[in-house]
Design a protein around this ligand. Structure first.
Ligand code: CA
Length: 398
């Protein structure tokens, strides 16, 4: 189901909700077992924030949900996605759409909000779902600081690199730092161009104002199945000043899990490899690197190799970081800040990881561009979003 279909269903659900009102109540639990757990992961910056909210059902299914919480600071919701969100005073109410109202026992649904704040932005910890209190969310990643107004990324000054817009992820001294907030039209332009290497088909890349990790915009890629339905946005920046060691950071949000067959969603041209691409994508359901020139993969696509990488969660923003060292011929990859052992080229061939990669003696990439998009070598389509991309000579962080 694509987003438009979902929106159509959402509109239908809104109509139903208008008739049904608050009739969607959770059945009273026979025991005092937790009915739900809610996590709230904020991504703040000075004056604004987005937050991903995940509802996880307890032992009973949830059939329709209305979640409320109260902000302790002066947060004001300006928009939401994957839920109908409203705010009255400090209290926020979020109601499911048609397609995500039913949560199986132990299953979860996720939605997001965007808002503003001025004096304080503490993370809410108390949630009520259909009138029932949910558990405390427990420890959350460092990006949702309970201290509120002065989380590390919120305290960072807005982007200093000019017209790149809000920069909640923090880019440090990165040469490229873009949250796509300065994109004025529906088609990526200026710092980015839409490219269709080799051939073009149904794939599209657009500036999306309904889904964003930061601010109000991201790049949405409708990636089609089949090789010629590929599409990419390509940075127009001069990246030569970064040198031979590249640290990249981007956030990607997939609709569909990484497939069994090979796909690419980020690529960099390697001038030291006859201009062929160094690719980031997936195969056998997990993240992988691929070298276009000889089709080497990292990790090796053995069951053990695949198990040393990770799938990417759908419907959430995932932070992908990498280091490509063209001097030493090394590569590291982090997902949400954690090094992935199967996605490391350390110069010493390791079975199931980088021994195939190092079949090429003296691999010394010289990267010259940066692209995000979709390329399927099988029959796999996806709708995916990119936001808060950065590239520099030192690690940028999530
Ligand atoms: Ca953005």
């Amino acid at each position: 189901m694509n987003l438009n279909q979902r929106r159509t269903l959402a509109a239908a659900a809104a109509a139903i909700a208008a008739v049904g009102g608050a009739a969607v109540a959770l059945a009273p639990a026979a025991h005092a077992a937790p009915a739900c757990q809610v996590t709230y992961q904020g991504n703040p910056w000075q004056g604004g924030f987005t937050a991903n909210v995940r509802i996880t059902a307890g032992a009973q299914a949830i059939n329709g949900w209305t979640l409320t919480w109260t902000y302790a600071g002066d947060q004001r919701i300006t928009s939401g996605w994957n839920a109908t969100v409203s705010q009255s005073g400090a209290t926020v109410t979020a109601t499911n759409l048609a397609w995500n109202g039913n949560i199986a026992p132990g299953g979860s649904a996720e939605f997001g909000v965007q808002g503003t704040w001025a004096s304080a932005n503490p993370t809410p910890t108390a949630f009520t779902l259909n009138g029932v209190s949910c558990n405390e969310p427990g420890p959350t990643p460092s990006s949702s600081s309970p201290s509120g107004s002065s989380s590390p990324s919120a305290s960072a000054s807005p982007s200093t690199s000019g017209s790149t817009g809000p920069n909640p992820g923090g880019c440090g001294s990165a040469a490229l730092c873009d949250g796509f907030e300065n994109q004025a039209g529906g088609t990526p332009a200026g710092s980015w161009g839409v490219v269709y290497p080799n051939c073009s088909g149904t794939g599209t890349a657009t500036v999306d104002t309904s889904v964003a990790r930061s601010g109000g915009k991201s790049v949405r890629v409708n990636g089609g199945a089949g090789y010629c339905n590929h599409v990419f946005v390509r940075s127009t920046a001069d990246l030569s000043a970064i040198g031979r060691v590249w640290y990249g950071r981007f956030y990607v949000r997939h609709t569909t899990a990484l497939p069994a067959t090979h796909v690419t969603f980020a690529a960099m041209r390697d001038a030291a490899d006859s201009g062929k691409d160094l690719r980031v994508g997936g195969q056998n359901g997990a993240l992988q690197w691929n070298r276009e020139s000889d089709d080497a993969t990292l990790p090796e696509q053995s069951p053990t190799g695949v198990s040393l990488s990770r799938p990417l969660t759908t419907g959430v923003w995932t932070c992908v970081e990498y280091r490509v060292d063209g001097n030493a011929g090394q590569l590291q990859t982090w997902i949400d800040g954690a090094l992935v052992s199967g996605l490391v080229v350390d110069g010493t061939p390791t079975r199931d990881i980088d021994s195939q990669w190092l079949n090429r003696a003296n691999w010394r990439p010289n990267l010259t561009d940066l692209r995000f998009g979709w390329e399927s070598y099988g029959n796999d389509a996806d709708t995916l979003w990119f936001d808060d991309v950065a590239l520099g000579a030192s690690r940028i962080g999530c």
